[in-house]
Ligand binder design. Structure first.
Ligand code: SF4
Ligand code: F3S
Length: 392
């Protein structure tokens, strides 16, 4: 079987499909700051009302928010697959005879409750007592939960695409968005079985499968996806994950001082602050998460790292747990550069291709080199003189 180098794992593994990622200048990508998510599901409803409000689509939540560690849609989607994989095995390495990918089709009941496990915490809740956390001394909380927005990752090694015998799924040349051609689809559901994130969903009314589309009509017009623009917590930044530091200024205009995209900085710079979800599956997902800084890193390690042995790659620590600690600390106490980029989250509905952080301002330019955002990093604070209101 063909091999591919996977930078998220720092090694090669099998991938049963022709692969040409290195040739692409532009690739759809997203960074989500979990520390800002409040589980309001505005993103989920924005996505559903835009894309999946028809017959047979009732259970289709292409965008959903889960409470970790007990939520999940479909129920138990991650643990069930992890149990089937041996250490250092991707879903492609673990494929059974006659299959290209190791996966499973979730039962009907697993789709019945999109919000099951919502707000359920991990840890013993002392009955009748107020829970107090000494954050001065405790780095992480004993009782915790956090919200995990989940969507199609428009993977660089898409399992859905590799598994379809009809070649009905393809990756767009221009931006790497993974699309399903419903005219070609015959409802074989190999893609439904293969996607470890369970995002292709079968429509029993039409007899064909549907999968998330990355809001491609909006991307083509230079706008961010609906889940990004609607997010009231400003949790997300969308853009070109492949635009590294060596790219020239956007649109060839010199006004865009930095050639790098802001999400590329958050994910691929020496100051990495965002991690992929279950990279050990091997699909190279392109949605990255700034991990919650109050949650014990032992848990986050199994969710946001390959959790085997650190190989030669972009991870900042000698072990994955240490890497997670470093990334959490960077999210808790951001550098001036990261603080600047955080102001770009939710600041405009236009796609930001390049950016620049200078003193107290951060600016962003689109693909044509036109400025689309210019905001202060820290707002001036004024304290009014005179007697202060108190409730004494
Ligand atoms: Fe395909 Fe699933 Fe990856 Fe989306 S998340 S590209 S549906 S394998
Ligand atoms: Fe292929 Fe999935 Fe349709 S496997 S035929 S795209 S249901």
């Amino acid at each position: 079987m063909a091999q591919t180098y996977n930078p998220q794992l720092g090694r090669e593994h099998s991938y049963p499909y022709e692969h040409r990622e290195e040739e692409r200048d532009y690739h759809w990508g997203m960074v989500i700051n979990t520390n800002r998510c409040i589980n309001c599901n505005t993103c989920s409803f924005a996505c559903k009302s835009t894309w999946t409000s028809g017959e047979g689509e009732e259970y289709m939540w292409w965008m959903n928010v889960e409470t970790e560690p007990y939520g999940g849609y479909p129920m138990g989607w991650d643990m069930r697959l992890l149990d089937d994989l041996e250490a250092d095995q991707t879903i492609f390495d673990a494929a059974e005879n006659g299959e290209k990918v190791r996966g499973y089709i979730a039962e009907k009941q697993a789709w019945e409750y999109p919000a099951l496990g919502d707000d359920q915490v991990h840890g013993e809740y002392p009955e009748g007592e107020v829970v107090e956390s000494d954050l001065e001394n405790d780095e992480y909380h004993d009782i915790w939960q956090f919200y995990l927005p989940r969507l199609c990752n428009h993977c660089k090694n898409p399992a859905c695409l590799a598994a379809c015998p009809r070649k009905a799924i393809y990756k767009r040349e221009e931006d790497g968005i993974v699309l399903l051609d419903q005219e070609r689809c015959r409802g074989y559901r190999r893609c439904v079985k293969a996607c470890p994130y369970h995002k292709p969903m079968y429509n029993p009314e039409t007899g064909v499968t549907e999968k998330p589309v990355g809001c491609y009509p909006r991307i083509e017009e230079g706008n961010v996806p609906r889940c990004v623009s609607s997010c009231i917590g400003k949790t997300r930044l969308h853009g070109n994950i492949n635009r590294g530091p060596d790219a020239g200024p956007a649109g060839g205009k010199s006004s865009a001082a930095s050639g790098r995209s802001p999400i590329n900085y958050l994910v691929h710079s020496d100051e990495k602050v965002a991690l992929p979800l279950y990279p050990q599956f091997g699909t190279q997902p392109q949605v990255f998460y700034m991990p919650p800084y109050h949650v014990p890193p032992e848990f986050l390690t199994q969710m946001f790292t390959p959790n085997t042995e650190v190989k030669e790659n972009e991870w900042p620590g000698d072990t994955y747990e240490e890497s997670v600690r470093i990334v959490q600390e960077r999210a808790r106490n951001p550098s001036h550069e990261v603080l600047g980029i955080l102001q770009l989250f939710g600041a405009t509905t236009r796609l930001i291709e390049t950016y620049n952080v200078k003193e107290n301002r951060v600016k962003g330019w689109d693909r044509n080199g036109e400025k689309v955002v210019d905001v202060p990093i820290e707002e001036p604070m004024e304290v009014r003189e005179g007697e202060q209101w108190t409730n004494q």
